[in-house]
Design a protein around this ligand. Structure first.
Ligand SMILES: NC(=O)c1ccc[n+]([C@@H]2O[C@H](COP(=O)([O-])OP(=O)(O)OC[C@H]3O[C@@H](n4cnc5c(N)ncnc54)[C@H](OP(=O)(O)O)[C@@H]3O)[C@@H](O)[C@H]2O)c1
Length: 252
């Protein structure tokens, strides 16, 4: 059984493996893929995880799989009302928040000429506006944490333009700009902010491509979860501001 952290311990005085024990995290997009791997990994490190996604059944099943007290909080992160309700619920129980992981996302792979306004809005709403909404609602709770941390799961598409991804790329570039601004604004208040930019990762999202992705050597959701753990367990003096995580063999 794990030893509990003592009351007077600081993050530096406990081993990295134990630095997350007793913390509370909200992970969006946690019903599958990268978000599920993050939720499972945090729960295994002793974090109470609040898992968010729209599909209630899949989310509840995922929370049961994660176990260790994981809470399913069904919500659409692009809807202000839903987002406020997540953090009202967290304020009631577990009653604190240390970590916000903005991971929920959608991907549209279409030439610009075929991209509809609906595609555009969906990508902007879920991949960008949701970060504004969750961050705004989470801040009052995060401010009460001893070691608050916001991690945004962005994409290599936050830095590089690939054809047939105009809506996704616009949103992810914007999300990186947003992340950099809140990092600078929130740093004086002791809130660490990290952007993780994964390359192609083996999840359901790959079915959006119009070609068969060669899965040999691409990233696994656990690779992204491990980058999250590294960011969270770094000593408080150190912030991973941006992690570009690519398949070692490259892609396309
Ligand atoms: N897979 C890749 O190659 C890759 C590469 C770089 C970056 N990323 C990024 O990694 C993140 C996770 O992607 P993934 O590959 O794990 O995708 P995924 O397997 O399709 O999972 C997406 C998750 O987001 C949830 N979600 C989508 N829209 C939502 C909304 N409006 N409100 C709440 N939850 C919502 C989904 O559940 P519901 O549909 O039930 O809501 C699901 O849990 C995304 O931000 C993506 O852009 C992925």
């Amino acid at each position: 059984m794990r030893e509990k952290p003592r009351a007077n311990e600081t993050i530096e005085s406990v081993t990295p493996a134990r630095r997350l024990e007793g913390k509370v995290a909200v992970v969006t997009g946690a019903s599958r893929g990268i978000g599920l791997a993050i939720a499972r990994t945090l729960a295994e490190s002793g974090v109470q995880v609040v898992m968010v996604a729209r599909g209630k059944q899949a989310l509840e099943k995922a929370a049961r799989r994660v176990g260790r007290g994981a809470i399913a909080a069904p919500a659409d992160v692009s809807q202000p009302h839903d987002v406020e309700s997540i953090f009202r619920r967290v304020a009631r129980h577990p009653g604190r928040l240390d970590i916000l992981i903005n991971n929920a996302g959608v991907f549209t792979f279409k030439p610009f000429r075929a991209t509809t306004l609906e595609d555009w809005r969906k990508n902007l709403d879920i991949n960008l506006t949701a970060l504004f909404l969750t961050t705004r609602s989470a801040l009052p709770l995060l401010m009460k944490s001893g070691a608050p941390h916001i991690i945004n799961i962005l994409s290599t598409s936050s830095r590089h333009a690939f054809p047939k991804c105009s809506a996704y790329t616009a949103a992810k570039f914007g999300a990186l700009g947003f992340t950099q601004v809140i990092h600078r604004e929130l740093r004086p208040e002791g809130i660490r902010v990290t952007a993780i930019l994964p390359g192609v990762t083996e999840t359901r999202m790959l079915s959006e491509f119009d070609f068969a992705v060669n899965r040999n050597g691409i990233l696994q959701p656990q690779d992204v979860a491990d980058a999250v753990t590294s960011s969270l367990t770094a000593p408080s003096r150190a912030t991973y501001e941006e992690i570009l995580l690519m398949p070692s063999k490259g892609f396309v």
